[in-house]
Design a protein around this ligand. Structure first.
Ligand code: FES
Length: 278
Protein backbone atom coordinates (compact mmCIF):
# COMPACT_ATOMS: atom_id res chain seq x y z
CA UNK A 1 0.00 0.00 0.00
CA UNK A 2 1.48 3.32 -1.00
CA UNK A 3 -0.39 5.43 1.51
CA UNK A 4 -4.05 5.97 2.20
CA UNK A 5 -6.08 8.01 4.58
CA UNK A 6 -7.77 7.38 7.90
CA UNK A 7 -11.51 7.18 7.38
CA UNK A 8 -12.64 6.90 10.99
CA UNK A 9 -11.61 6.16 14.53
CA UNK A 10 -14.02 3.91 16.45
CA UNK A 11 -14.38 4.06 20.22
CA UNK A 12 -16.45 1.65 22.29
CA UNK A 13 -18.73 3.36 24.79
CA UNK A 14 -21.28 2.00 27.25
CA UNK A 15 -23.73 4.92 27.21
CA UNK A 16 -24.16 6.56 23.82
CA UNK A 17 -26.08 9.59 25.11
CA UNK A 18 -23.49 10.30 27.79
CA UNK A 19 -20.51 9.92 25.47
CA UNK A 20 -22.14 11.84 22.64
CA UNK A 21 -22.69 14.73 25.03
CA UNK A 22 -19.06 14.57 26.17
CA UNK A 23 -17.59 14.77 22.66
CA UNK A 24 -20.09 17.38 21.54
CA UNK A 25 -20.30 19.65 24.57
CA UNK A 26 -16.92 19.18 26.23
CA UNK A 27 -14.54 18.50 23.35
CA UNK A 28 -16.61 20.59 20.92
CA UNK A 29 -16.77 18.19 17.97
CA UNK A 30 -19.35 18.58 15.22
CA UNK A 31 -21.99 15.88 15.24
CA UNK A 32 -22.54 14.01 11.98
CA UNK A 33 -25.52 12.01 13.22
CA UNK A 34 -26.58 8.69 14.67
CA UNK A 35 -26.34 5.23 13.10
CA UNK A 36 -24.63 6.35 9.90
CA UNK A 37 -23.12 2.91 9.27
CA UNK A 38 -25.92 0.37 8.65
CA UNK A 39 -25.47 -2.96 10.38
CA UNK A 40 -22.89 -1.69 12.84
CA UNK A 41 -25.21 -1.29 15.82
CA UNK A 42 -26.00 1.90 17.68
CA UNK A 43 -23.43 4.60 17.01
CA UNK A 44 -22.92 8.34 17.08
CA UNK A 45 -20.52 9.96 14.63
CA UNK A 46 -18.61 13.20 14.61
CA UNK A 47 -16.80 14.70 11.68
CA UNK A 48 -13.33 16.00 12.45
CA UNK A 49 -11.73 19.09 11.00
CA UNK A 50 -9.62 17.05 8.61
CA UNK A 51 -12.62 15.08 7.30
CA UNK A 52 -12.28 11.82 9.21
CA UNK A 53 -14.99 10.52 11.50
CA UNK A 54 -14.91 9.72 15.17
CA UNK A 55 -17.47 6.97 15.67
CA UNK A 56 -18.79 6.06 19.11
CA UNK A 57 -20.10 2.49 19.14
CA UNK A 58 -22.35 1.46 21.97
CA UNK A 59 -21.43 -1.87 23.56
CA UNK A 60 -22.36 -3.62 26.81
CA UNK A 61 -18.86 -3.46 28.26
CA UNK A 62 -15.76 -1.45 27.44
CA UNK A 63 -12.39 -3.05 27.96
CA UNK A 64 -9.79 -0.94 29.73
CA UNK A 65 -7.37 0.66 27.29
CA UNK A 66 -3.75 -0.46 27.69
CA UNK A 67 -1.34 2.10 29.14
CA UNK A 68 -0.27 4.69 26.62
CA UNK A 69 -3.22 4.23 24.28
CA UNK A 70 -4.79 7.58 23.57
CA UNK A 71 -6.39 9.66 20.85
CA UNK A 72 -4.76 12.96 20.10
CA UNK A 73 -6.60 15.96 18.78
CA UNK A 74 -4.67 18.83 17.25
CA UNK A 75 -6.65 21.82 18.42
CA UNK A 76 -6.68 24.94 16.23
CA UNK A 77 -4.95 27.86 17.88
CA UNK A 78 -8.06 30.02 17.88
CA UNK A 79 -10.14 27.33 19.64
CA UNK A 80 -7.78 26.57 22.51
CA UNK A 81 -8.85 29.09 25.16
CA UNK A 82 -12.55 28.36 24.68
CA UNK A 83 -11.88 24.62 24.90
CA UNK A 84 -9.94 24.91 28.15
CA UNK A 85 -12.61 27.15 29.73
CA UNK A 86 -15.31 24.74 28.63
CA UNK A 87 -13.51 21.76 30.18
CA UNK A 88 -12.85 23.71 33.39
CA UNK A 89 -16.49 24.79 33.53
CA UNK A 90 -17.57 21.16 33.33
CA UNK A 91 -15.28 20.32 36.23
CA UNK A 92 -13.31 17.76 34.24
CA UNK A 93 -9.97 16.63 35.51
CA UNK A 94 -7.16 17.76 33.19
CA UNK A 95 -3.45 17.17 33.35
CA UNK A 96 -0.40 17.47 31.15
CA UNK A 97 1.26 14.09 30.75
CA UNK A 98 4.38 15.50 29.12
CA UNK A 99 7.31 14.17 31.08
CA UNK A 100 8.89 16.99 33.02
CA UNK A 101 6.42 19.47 31.53
CA UNK A 102 8.81 20.26 28.68
CA UNK A 103 7.03 22.03 25.89
CA UNK A 104 8.09 24.44 23.21
CA UNK A 105 7.07 28.07 23.39
CA UNK A 106 3.58 28.32 21.92
CA UNK A 107 2.84 24.65 22.50
CA UNK A 108 0.24 23.46 25.00
CA UNK A 109 -1.38 20.18 25.78
CA UNK A 110 -3.64 18.46 28.24
CA UNK A 111 -5.20 15.08 28.76
CA UNK A 112 -8.80 14.43 29.65
CA UNK A 113 -10.56 11.13 30.12
CA UNK A 114 -13.90 10.40 28.50
CA UNK A 115 -16.76 8.77 30.44
CA UNK A 116 -15.48 5.28 29.56
CA UNK A 117 -11.86 5.95 30.49
CA UNK A 118 -10.50 6.59 26.98
CA UNK A 119 -7.70 9.13 27.18
CA UNK A 120 -7.99 12.16 24.90
CA UNK A 121 -4.86 14.21 24.42
CA UNK A 122 -5.56 17.73 23.28
CA UNK A 123 -2.62 19.57 21.81
CA UNK A 124 -2.02 23.03 20.48
CA UNK A 125 0.82 24.29 18.36
CA UNK A 126 0.50 28.03 17.96
CA UNK A 127 2.55 30.11 15.53
CA UNK A 128 5.14 30.88 18.24
CA UNK A 129 5.98 27.17 18.45
CA UNK A 130 7.78 27.31 15.16
CA UNK A 131 9.63 30.60 15.64
CA UNK A 132 13.33 29.99 16.16
CA UNK A 133 14.74 32.57 18.58
CA UNK A 134 18.29 33.87 18.48
CA UNK A 135 20.49 33.37 21.57
CA UNK A 136 20.84 37.16 21.89
CA UNK A 137 24.06 37.01 23.88
CA UNK A 138 25.69 39.72 21.76
CA UNK A 139 29.10 39.10 20.19
CA UNK A 140 30.67 36.05 21.82
CA UNK A 141 34.35 35.16 21.55
CA UNK A 142 34.45 31.44 20.87
CA UNK A 143 38.25 31.17 21.11
CA UNK A 144 41.38 31.34 19.03
CA UNK A 145 41.15 30.01 15.49
CA UNK A 146 43.74 27.35 16.27
CA UNK A 147 41.67 26.13 19.24
CA UNK A 148 39.33 24.48 16.75
CA UNK A 149 40.89 21.68 14.74
CA UNK A 150 39.48 20.78 11.35
CA UNK A 151 36.63 18.32 11.86
CA UNK A 152 35.75 19.62 15.31
CA UNK A 153 32.30 20.56 16.57
CA UNK A 154 32.49 22.53 19.80
CA UNK A 155 29.58 23.68 21.90
CA UNK A 156 30.02 27.25 23.09
CA UNK A 157 27.70 27.51 26.12
CA UNK A 158 28.16 31.28 26.50
CA UNK A 159 26.60 31.81 23.08
CA UNK A 160 24.32 28.76 22.91
CA UNK A 161 25.73 27.62 19.59
CA UNK A 162 28.04 25.01 18.15
CA UNK A 163 31.17 26.08 16.35
CA UNK A 164 31.82 23.72 13.48
CA UNK A 165 35.16 23.73 11.72
CA UNK A 166 35.53 21.76 8.54
CA UNK A 167 38.11 21.82 5.78
CA UNK A 168 36.51 24.83 4.09
CA UNK A 169 35.96 27.01 7.12
CA UNK A 170 33.79 27.73 10.12
CA UNK A 171 30.09 27.66 10.81
CA UNK A 172 28.31 28.82 13.97
CA UNK A 173 25.21 26.62 14.25
CA UNK A 174 22.32 27.57 16.51
CA UNK A 175 21.46 24.96 19.13
CA UNK A 176 17.74 25.58 18.63
CA UNK A 177 15.95 22.89 16.66
CA UNK A 178 14.07 24.33 13.68
CA UNK A 179 11.20 21.94 14.21
CA UNK A 180 9.87 23.09 17.56
CA UNK A 181 12.63 24.89 19.39
CA UNK A 182 14.15 22.18 21.54
CA UNK A 183 17.91 22.12 22.00
CA UNK A 184 19.88 19.81 19.75
CA UNK A 185 22.91 17.87 20.93
CA UNK A 186 25.91 16.84 18.89
CA UNK A 187 26.58 13.12 18.44
CA UNK A 188 30.27 12.85 17.54
CA UNK A 189 29.97 9.13 16.82
CA UNK A 190 27.48 9.87 14.05
CA UNK A 191 28.83 13.26 12.93
CA UNK A 192 25.41 14.81 13.31
CA UNK A 193 23.14 16.91 15.47
CA UNK A 194 20.23 15.20 17.17
CA UNK A 195 17.10 16.63 18.71
CA UNK A 196 15.70 14.31 21.39
CA UNK A 197 12.26 15.90 21.35
CA UNK A 198 11.05 14.36 18.07
CA UNK A 199 14.28 12.61 17.10
CA UNK A 200 15.19 14.78 14.17
CA UNK A 201 18.72 14.58 12.91
CA UNK A 202 20.82 17.16 11.13
CA UNK A 203 24.21 17.01 9.45
CA UNK A 204 27.20 18.84 10.90
CA UNK A 205 26.31 21.82 8.76
CA UNK A 206 22.71 21.72 9.99
CA UNK A 207 20.90 20.09 7.08
CA UNK A 208 17.86 18.06 8.09
CA UNK A 209 18.19 14.30 7.56
CA UNK A 210 14.67 12.92 7.10
CA UNK A 211 14.06 9.32 8.13
CA UNK A 212 11.15 8.55 5.83
CA UNK A 213 8.96 11.44 4.75
CA UNK A 214 10.62 14.79 4.42
CA UNK A 215 8.34 17.19 6.26
CA UNK A 216 10.37 20.19 5.18
CA UNK A 217 12.09 20.89 8.50
CA UNK A 218 14.46 23.75 7.63
CA UNK A 219 18.20 23.59 8.29
CA UNK A 220 19.46 24.64 11.71
CA UNK A 221 20.08 28.36 11.74
CA UNK A 222 23.50 29.94 11.86
CA UNK A 223 25.16 33.06 13.24
CA UNK A 224 27.48 35.52 11.55
CA UNK A 225 31.18 35.01 12.23
CA UNK A 226 34.02 37.54 12.39
CA UNK A 227 37.70 36.85 12.79
CA UNK A 228 39.34 39.48 14.98
CA UNK A 229 43.01 39.26 15.90
CA UNK A 230 43.02 35.52 15.47
CA UNK A 231 39.84 35.00 17.46
CA UNK A 232 36.54 33.61 16.27
CA UNK A 233 33.78 36.05 17.23
CA UNK A 234 30.15 35.11 16.74
CA UNK A 235 27.25 37.55 16.70
CA UNK A 236 24.42 35.76 18.51
CA UNK A 237 21.88 38.56 18.26
CA UNK A 238 20.39 37.37 15.00
CA UNK A 239 20.03 33.77 13.91
CA UNK A 240 20.20 33.42 10.16
CA UNK A 241 17.66 31.19 8.43
CA UNK A 242 19.22 29.13 5.66
CA UNK A 243 17.93 27.28 2.66
CA UNK A 244 19.07 23.74 1.93
CA UNK A 245 21.19 25.09 -0.88
CA UNK A 246 22.97 27.48 1.48
CA UNK A 247 23.57 24.99 4.23
CA UNK A 248 27.08 23.94 3.22
CA UNK A 249 28.42 27.48 2.84
CA UNK A 250 31.16 27.92 5.43
CA UNK A 251 33.10 31.00 6.44
CA UNK A 252 36.75 30.66 5.45
CA UNK A 253 39.27 31.45 8.17
CA UNK A 254 41.60 34.33 7.37
CA UNK A 255 44.88 33.43 5.81
CA UNK A 256 46.78 33.93 2.59
CA UNK A 257 45.40 36.99 0.89
CA UNK A 258 42.41 37.30 3.22
CA UNK A 259 42.39 40.31 5.52
CA UNK A 260 43.27 39.52 9.13
CA UNK A 261 40.32 41.54 10.47
CA UNK A 262 37.40 40.92 8.19
CA UNK A 263 33.70 40.49 8.83
CA UNK A 264 32.09 37.47 7.24
CA UNK A 265 28.51 36.46 6.98
CA UNK A 266 27.47 32.85 6.55
CA UNK A 267 25.21 33.77 3.69
CA UNK A 268 26.93 36.58 1.90
CA UNK A 269 30.47 36.62 3.29
CA UNK A 270 33.22 37.53 0.90
CA UNK A 271 34.91 34.20 1.37
CA UNK A 272 31.92 31.90 1.83
CA UNK A 273 32.12 28.82 -0.29
CA UNK A 274 30.74 25.33 -0.51
CA UNK A 275 31.83 22.98 2.24
CA UNK A 276 33.29 19.60 1.85
CA UNK A 277 33.67 17.39 4.84
CA UNK A 278 36.79 17.78 6.85
S1 FES B 1 11.70 20.04 18.43
FE1 FES B 1 10.86 18.46 17.25
S2 FES B 1 12.59 17.42 16.54
FE2 FES B 1 13.41 19.08 17.57
Amino acid sequence: MSGGEVHHIALDVTDLDRSEAFYRDAIGLTSAGRDLWPGDGPSASFVLGSGEYLVLCEVAEVRTDPPGLHTRFAVPHEDWDALVSRLQGLGLSMHDDRKGGLRAVGEAGLNVTDPDGHVMELELHGPATFEVPAARRGKVIAGQIEDFPIGSVTRIPAGQFFLVRLRDGFLAVSQVCTHMQFAVTYQPEHYRFYCPRHRRKFTRTGKYLPRFDDDGTPPLRSYAIEFIDGQVVVDTDESIPRTREEVDCLVAAPGGSEPAHAVFSQRRGPSSRGAGDA
